[in-house]
Structure formats: C-alpha cells, structure tokens
Design a protein around this ligand. Structure first.
Ligand code: UDP
Length: 387
C-alpha cells in the first residue's frame, strides 16, 4: 500500500494520530524503532502471570473527560488508585506529604498545631509546592517546609535529576505537592484506572484497523531526509507526497545540527521474590537511602494469584544515545538553555508544511499519559485539514 500518512513512533501520540486518521479513511504506515508497540507503556505478563511494565510503572489518571471517553473505546478498566509510601527516619509514611504524614513524624500536640496552621494559611484540600512551603512567612511553616524538603525532596531529586530542586523547573517538584488533607492517594483525578488487559492490549485495539500497517524495528530517522531549501520530505530517497507525523526526538530528526537535547534516563532492575507480597503498597520511595529512587511491586497494580512477586528498582542516570544501557530518553531536563536549544529545533520545522511533530519527545515536555492523549487529539482536530 502507498500510505497517505507515515507516523513515526507507536507510543500514545503516534497511536492516537494513526487511529484518528484511519477512522477517516486514511491509509497509515507506522514506523516504530523498537520491536514492540505502545512506547514506554509497553507491558506484558511474565511466566507467573504478573503484568510487568517494561519501562517503569504507568498509572493512568485523568480529569479530562475526552481522554477518558476516547481510551474507553479500546479497553475496559481495572479501578486503581495509586498509593505511595516514602521511607523516612526508618518509617514508611504517606507520600505526597499530607496531614497523616505530619502525624507520623511529629509528637501529637505539635502535629495538631502545625495542621491547624497549614489549614489556616492554605485552606483545607490545598496543594502546596514544596518550594513555596519553604518560603512561607510563618516561621513554624517555613521550618516545616525545610524539614519536608530535607527529608523527602532534596536527596530524591538529586538522585533523579542530578541537581537540587531549586535548580530544575519548579514544575517538576510541584507534581508532588504537600497536600493539606488526609487523602493518602498519589493522584486526585476523577478517573484513575489501569487497562484491564494491560496497555499493550489497548494499543493493539487502537491500531487494529485494516488501514493501519505497523512496521517494527525501523529507525525512521535514517530513512527520512528533510530538505531545508525546498521544504520537501524524502522517504527512502524519494519525495513523499503525503504527510509525515513524527513523535521522536527533534535533535535526532535534524541530525543534531543544534547539538543534543539533554535527557535523564533510568535503569530498571527487576527482581522476583518468593513471597506473596514484598511491600505494603505499589510504590515505596527511598529519598535518603540507596542509589535507586523507588521500588514498585506490580501485583498491587493488576492483582493476580501467585506465590511469587516481581518488583522493579529505578536507578536514575544520564541519557547517552550511544550507550545501550542508557539510551532511553525518559525525562527532558528542564532549564532555559535546553528550552532555547529546543526552540532552535522547533524553528527548523517551519520550512516543512507536510511534517507534523508531537508527543513527549518531539515537544520536549514532561507529559503524563493523559496529556499525551489530549495533545494528540487536539493536534488531530486542529490540523485535520493538512493530513
Ligand atoms: N519527588 C521527590 N521525592 C519524592 C517524590 C518525588 O523529590 O518522594 C520529586 C522529584 O524531583 C521527582 C518529582 O518530584 O522527579 C516528580 O515526581 P513524580 O512521582 O511525579 O515522578 P515520575 O513518576 O514522573 O517519575
């Protein structure tokens, strides 16, 4: 088949675009670098029957009705609310830091008075970024902010990003605010659930149309050539007259002409244990001990009756595209220099009317899964005329 559209990447952004285009009669060819679809959401059942997330834990949550409705066409859901404990001062305490965490770390009367102060200052249910709490005008709250920063954030963030919380975008630590309530859930969105048969099965359904062809193990950047003078997109040596949708890294697409865009990577170390459960909740964070940041136990996510359990430890590391042990770009590193470099790449796109880029990598953004889906639906809707 000669495709109308070539989509590069079979993660959320590519899959949503392909699904939408096929639904309106377009012939779509998806080229995926890996030997599997579903991007970093890829999951599979291991020999014991436990659903493993190969690229780290993916817990779906959203407040966006259009995303929930859209994905619900491709999967049934297992209701699931994510719980995280953090190991601090030898105890496992609720994270995000909330009023219950306060009770676990302070003597009763002190916890009570700090709770009152927090509620008076921010209001019940408020979510306060840690860097804001550290700047609180009230000395008792400022001191609390300092304690939470020291015990929960500074070492975790230094492990995860290689820099202190104040040296990366404030939006990063604001993802896990101090919560002025007794709600121990990690997310507070209206919809929280896991695809009942896993993410990969959901992606398979999204891509099931006869109008979609998926080719795996294809490094599309080596087969694409962009002519900056004519604005033409070449594929396998000839001008491609259809549209190309690219969801990979822009620096790779443009052959690193403006240098590399920095990322953090992760090494995942899986362990199988001969016991029912390894830990009391899905994820335990280790801000102050070990080289890994957290341990996730998959049986808590999609329950299964087995006598063994599988956990994964996450070891943060720099990204290096030449090193197979660290060549998965998980997190863009946010600072002004990197954003400027990204904008230089973005400017190059203007010459190419038949090229659309989107997604966590191509947008150099820290999208949650629902952000990626919402953004892809938006791009499809607003650019439908050009495809
Ligand atoms: N964070 C932290 N301590 C924690 C949990 C999170 O310092 O116990 C900070 C850290 O900088 C992390 C960021 O908050 O990178 C966002 O955490 P989140 O759990 O959202 O990260 P993700 O699951 O996306 O890796």
């Amino acid at each position: 088949m000669t495709p109308d559209v070539i989509v590069i990447g079979a993660g959320f952004s590519g899959a949503v675009m392909a699904e939408r285009l096929a639904a309106t009669g377009k012939k779509v060819l998806i080229l995926e670098q890996r030997d599997q679809i579903a991007g970093n959401c890829y999951d599979y059942r291991n020999e014991a029957g436990i659903m493993i997330h190969q690229y780290g834990p993916h817990l779906f949550h959203t407040n966006k009705p259009e995303v929930w409705d859209y994905l619900s066409r491709f999967t049934d859901w297992h209701p699931y609310e994510h719980k995280v404990l953090s190991r601090v001062d030898g105890k496992l305490v609720p994270m995000p830091f909330n009023l219950n965490t306060l009770d676990r770390l302070y003597p009763k009367h002190e916890a009570k008075s700090l709770s009152r102060l927090l509620i008076a200052r921010y209001g019940e249910g408020a979510k306060v970024p840690i860097l804001d709490l550290c700047d609180a005008a009230e000395p008792a709250l400022e001191a609390l902010g300092k304690l939470v920063y020291d015990k929960f954030f500074v070492n975790y963030t230094t492990k995860q990003w290689g820099v202190k919380p104040e040296d990366i975008s404030a939006a990063v630590t604001a993802r896990v605010p101090v919560v002025i309530s007794r709600d121990n859930r990690y997310f507070h969105d209206k919809w929280q659930a896991i695809p009942k048969d896993g993410y990969t099965a959901m992606f398979r359904k999204m891509l099931a149309s006869n109008s979609i062809k998926v080719e795996l193990n294809v490094d599309a950047t080596t087969r694409l050539r962009l002519d900056q003078n004519t604005g033409e997109v070449f594929f396998d040596g000839s001008v491609f007259n259809g549209h190309v949708i690219f969801t990979g890294r822009l620096d790779a697409l443009f052959n690193y002409v403006h240098g590399e865009l920095p990322y953090r990577s992760l090494q995942f170390v899986y362990e199988e244990h001969s016991e029912d459960f390894y830990q009391p909740v899905t994820t335990v964070n280790y801000p102050n001990e070990h080289a890994f940041t957290r341990i996730t136990e998959f049986k808590h996510i999609l329950p299964v009756d087995t006598v063994t359990t599988t956990i994964v430890k996450e070891f943060p590391q720099d990204f290096d595209r030449h090193d197979p042990k660290r060549n998965v770009p998980y997190y863009p590193v946010f600072n002004d220099d990197n954003q400027n470099r990204y904008n230089d790449y973005r400017a190059l796109l203007q010459a190419f009317p038949t090229l659309t880029v989107l997604g966590r990598l191509a947008d150099y953004r820290y999208y949650n899964m629902d952000d990626a889906v919402a953004n892809a639906l938006y791009v499809y809707r607003t650019r439908a005329a050009v495809f």
